[in-house]
Write a protein that binds this ligand. Structure first.
Ligand SMILES: N[C@@H](CCC[C@H](N)C(=O)O)C(=O)O
Length: 281
């Protein structure tokens, strides 16, 4: 038996696995991740967040204690199909919430978290464990136009890298992409390791709504990195001044995102831990 917790950020849900010194799960097999994320036979989740000290994370932590100025904790994120991703925007807020609730970090101070996409710094509203969390998601890379398709419908999309890959397509209606039971088709040359695809409609000034099909997890109720990619795409389309805040509605809730004058994307939203226990999965 080993400990787990369950949490979500705007209903993008995760199984958290405390493994502070890397002695509980070893390499963390893909089969175990799939079993934990199974919504009928397991705990259920869009992904797994292993909570491990950067010093214990080996190559996965990429020596970020040295490179990034001392993040004690590494977010080892896995998609529900067992695949590894570089980054999870909702996950990193849930990860920070857990660390704060357990007294492992001080929410009155900025909290650095190492990820495969580099260091992310979390700020807790009011300096307390229970408010919204803002994440400095770093500098987006805008990599040009591409195309995505579902069945016989296709859309021009913008390739935005938020540490992980995204294709953002404006659609007339969020229903246009259909039930999204299969991954949208995409250009494998642009996305050799797969892609997260966002479908977006406008709701008002600085206000959009989106759906997402996530690489490795299927359609989810929210994607933090995806919402950031959507914000960047919309701000570019609007010619918005840096610092303008956008409201991004997702099926599971709302995120507030801005793109600063020094080119960094800041994402603010909720995160909760809802259960904890032990499992032998
Ligand atoms: N839901 C996440 C993104 C998780 C990783 C993604 N599926 C990928 O493979 O890149 C988020 O909130 O950012």
């Amino acid at each position: 038996m080993y400990p787990f917790l369950k949490g979500h950020g705007t209903e993008n849900d995760f199984v958290l696995l405390p493994d502070h010194d890397g002695t509980v799960h070893g390499e963390l097999a893909a089969e175990r991740v799939r079993a934990l994320c199974d919504r009928r036979a397991g705990i259920g989740g869009d992904g797994v967040l292993r909570v491990i000290r950067t010093a214990a994370a080996g190559d996965a932590g990429r020596g970020q204690t040295v490179l990034d100025g001392g993040a004690e904790w590494f977010m080892d994120y896995r998609n529900s199909d067992g695949s590894v991703s570089e980054m999870c925007g909702n996950g990193v807020r849930v990860f920070g919430r857990h660390l704060a609730e357990q007294g492992l970090v001080d929410p009155a101070q900025p909290v650095p978290v190492a990820t495969r996409a580099g260091l992310k710094v979390l700020t807790f509203a009011g300096g307390t464990t229970d408010g919204e969390i803002t994440v400095d998601m770093g500098i987006p890379k805008v990599l040009g136009e591409t195309e995505v398709a579902v069945g016989d419908r296709s859309w021009t999309a913008l390739h935005v890298d938020m540490g992980n890959p995204h294709a953002v397509a404006f659609v007339d209606d969020l229903g246009d992409a259909g039930p999204l039971l299969e991954a949208p088709t995409h250009d494998p040359a642009a996305y050799p390791a797969g892609v997260n695809v966002e479908f977006v409609v406008r709701r008002g000034p600085q206000h959009v709504a989106m759906r997402v099909h996530e690489r490795g997890s299927g359609e989810t109720r929210s994607c933090g990195t995806g919402a950031c990619a959507v914000m960047v795409t919309t701000a570019l389309a609007d010619g918005a001044a840096r610092g303008t805040e956008y409201r991004i509605d997702l099926p599971g809730g709302t995120l507030r995102i801005s793109w600063t004058a020094d080119d960094r994307v800041l994402m603010t939203g909720p995160a909760v831990v809802v259960a904890e226990g032990t499992t032998d999965l």
